[in-house]
Design a binder for this molecule. Structure first.
Ligand code: 5GP
Ligand code: MG
Ligand code: MG
Length: 174
């Protein structure tokens, strides 16, 4: 399956993922790390990232979907919330992409209300131009322009998540 020229190639992705993981390993040495992935989009980035993090950790997931109400607010529904204890843990939240920021803002506040000892956010992609709410992001893979992208976990109607690279989605070449 081929739907376009990669915007970010498999090699670029793997190099960046290792870079991020080594930075995270250094920052979390001797910490009680709990890595929480936001499904479904982060599943590929998440599984690549954690295999290079060189500090003991636990994993869990959060499943959320957002419904945009207007340009600066949306309703975020949480379908699954981590079962691992969050209180007192150093939590690293991992997501595929930050766009408006609405979903991560809501998820961040929900996790903060469970009193983690710290909370940091790692996103694979950042579409800075589209941000409508402020969310502190600690680790970013790539900043990308305002284009709809698929691959490496990201979907168009649930398809193309399995591509090992990121490409701009174009309907005509589907
Ligand atoms: P938010 O606008 O709340 O920051 O992002 C919500 C979600 O929209 C992301 O987690 C992601 O699932 C989806 N999204 C935003 N931009 C893109 C994109 O370019 N491609 C894909 N496939 N999903 C996106
Ligand atoms: Mg996401
Ligand atoms: Mg999606």
């Amino acid at each position: 399956m081929f739907i376009g020229t990669p915007l970010i190639s498999e090699d670029q992705i793997q190099k960046k993922v290792k870079e991020l993981a080594y930075k995270i390993s250094a920052d979390y040495a001797n910490k009680d790390l709990l890595v929480i992935g936001v499904l479904k989009g982060s599943f590929m980035f998440f599984s690549d990232l954690i295999r290079y993090i060189q500090t003991p950790l636990k994993v869990d997931f959060i499943i959320a979907s957002s419904y945009i109400k207007d340009s600066s607010s949306g309703e975020v529904k949480i379908h699954y919330f981590p079962r691992e204890e969050i209180q007192g843990k150093d939590v690293l939240l991992v997501d595929d992409i930050i766009d408006t920021g609405i979903s991560l803002k809501v998820i961040r506040e929900k996790i903060l209300s469970m009193n983690p000892s710290s909370l940091k956010i790692c996103v694979f992609l950042d579409k800075t131009e589209r941000r409508v709410v402020d969310v502190p992001v600690n680790y970013t893979g790539f900043k990308i322009p305002n284009k709809f992208v698929v691959g490496y976990g990201l979907d168009y109607h649930e398809m193309f998540r399995n591509l090992p690279y990121i490409t701009v989605f174009k309907k005509e070449v589907k």
